[in-house]
Design a protein around this ligand. Sequence first.
Ligand code: HEM
Length: 82
Amino acid sequence: TPSFPRFTREEVARHHNEANRVWVTYGSEVFDVTDFLELHPGGRSKILLAAGGALEPFWALYAMHKQEHVQEILQEYKVGEL
Ligand code: HEM
């Protein structure tokens, strides 16, 4: 299994807009989803609500994300671990 760099939640929080790259966490994994913004079926603005923080509170409301193909997309953008 590949080894990923570790980041703190504070470091992730700095990546909260496109100028600084848009990072999110899911569980203990960190993703740079900047390049996915324009591909998101739910639109750019929805992802920006979660920018710099955890996806869980949002995905609790938008349960269509709890599908295997969504997890596979997310994994393509993995950059690190907490
Ligand atoms: C739909 C991925 C974040 C709101 C989708 C779909 C994918 C996806 C693949 C289509 C699902 C399907 O219909 O099978 C992602 C990824 C995210 C992310 C990889 C990680 C950054 C968010 C966030 C929100 C959100 C944070 C809300 C704040 C929505 C909504 C839809 C959607 C409302 C439905 C769009 C429609 O069908 O009209 N997302 N999403 N997403 N997403 Fe996300």
